[in-house]
Ligand binder design. Structure first.
Ligand code: SF4
Length: 386
């Protein structure tokens, strides 16, 4: 498992957003669009310009060693599109040889030909949105792939890549604790069959207030698992993956030893990162900012910010604490002092004592972490510190 980095202030990560999808899933609140692939070339021109312009105006040193093509469905676009964007990044700033180069895709966008092209481009980590291995659940959440397509895409990816992540969701309409258990059993069998599966991410379904899925399944629908049972879904996930040798290194993420996602660790370690493309969020030169979420607006004003917030010292400390506690290894207090100049044991003595006596955190004087039972109420724990 990676340690929390301290004192490393150069920017080492770049996120690149590709918004195109074959279909807009009804639960999806990302900057993703379907039926707009005719804009692929124009979008690529814009994002390449954005990379050049933003890198030129970044004050911090840039030495990229993680790149993440996320979406949307980067696996859907022509590999030559990804190549143009990546080449622009390499031409604009220093990109290190020991690069973790991830790309997200839906399973049914994976083909032999594309997998070969992705490899030659240097992509070395594939993240596949499988979400469920049951056709009834996939159709309930409005995915446009089936279990058979998921297995076929996964099989191709595992033939070409030795570092594959799979995404799964729980809390879905029509899902029960039994069906979730079956999906997890299928998943753990797949991890034995395909040793390339090194990483699993699993999040509970969260719907925006205007989510289209709510028209078929309103929040009051009895088809959702009951709120009180969601903790059981999470505990089953942790138990099955831990039994299969995966390390639970972040609240929603599990990895084989040595395969924690380096790119996401940069977010959780509260380090700065670049981001390009519609709706993307960055943290550069002490400022968190985001691009327009509207594709048309972004393509007209690609360096304008929809949101921009200068992160003052007190916010930086709170974010460091909050993100550090999402990591299952927690926070080493001496490292926190080196990085932020704050002794958490003194600053939060009352809160730590209260949470410790409630069994929600573990603290031995030098190491602060959320306990196994505390993970279930981690938002409430973080609220105590805020
Ligand atoms: S494939 Fe992913 S990004 Fe695209 S619409 Fe579905 S959930 Fe959103």
């Amino acid at each position: 498992m990676a340690n929390i980095a301290v004192g490393h202030e150069s920017i080492r990560s770049a996120y690149i957003h590709i918004p195109f999808c074959s279909h807009k899933c009804e639960f999806c609140d990302f900057a993703a669009v379907a039926g707009m692939s005719h804009l692929e070339d124009e979008y690529t021109d814009v994002i390449c310009n954005e990379i050049r312009d933003r890198v030129a105006t970044t004050a911090s040193e840039i030495r990229i060693n993680t790149v993440f093509f996320g979406g949307g469905t980067p696996g859907l676009v022509a590999p030559s599109t990804l190549e143009r964007i990546f080449q622009t990044l390499c031409d604009s700033c220093s990109v290190e040889r020991d690069l973790e180069f991830s790309m997200e895709t839906t399973p049914h966008s994976i083909t032999e030909e594309k997998a070969r092209a992705w490899r030659s481009l240097g992509i070395n980590r594939i993240s596949i949105g499988i979400e469920s291995l049951r056709d009834d659940e996939l159709s309930a959440i409005g995915r446009d792939h089936t279990r058979a397509q998921a297995l076929s895409g996964l099989e191709i990816a595992c033939r070409h890549f030795d570092n594959v992540n799979v995404d799964f969701m729980y809390g879905l309409p029509t899902q029960t604790i039994e069906s979730w258990g079956e999906t997890l059993d299928d998943l753990t069998s797949l991890t034995s069959e395909f040793p390339s599966i090194k990483h699993v991410s699993s999040y509970c379904l969260e719907l925006a207030t205007n989510s289209p899925l709510l028209s078929r399944f309103p929040r009051s629908s009895i088809e959702y698992p009951h709120d009180d049972s969601i903790a059981d879904f999470f505990l089953l996930l942790v138990q099955k993956l831990s039994d299969s040798g995966f390390s639970h290194y972040e609240v929603s993420n599990f990895a084989r030893p040595g395969f924690a996602c380096r790119h996401n660790l940069v977010y959780w370690q509260n380090l700065e990162y670049l981001a390009f493309g519609v709706g993307s969020h960055r943290y550069v030169d002490g400022i968190r900012s985001s691009n327009f979420r509207s594709l048309a607006k972004y393509m007209r004003e690609y360096t304008a910010d929809e949101m921009s917030e200068s992160i003052d010292e007190s916010t930086r400390i709170k974010e460091g604490l909050m993100l550090g506690l999402r990591m299952r290894q927690g926070i080493i207090l001496s490292e926190f002092v080196d990085r932020y100049g704050i002794d958490l044991a003194t600053r939060f003595a009352r809160e730590i004592e209260k949470l410790k006596s409630g069994g929600l955190i573990e603290f031995d004087g030098r190491h602060l972490r959320v306990s196994d039972s505390g993970v279930l109420v981690s938002n409430a724990i973080l609220a105590e510190f805020m």
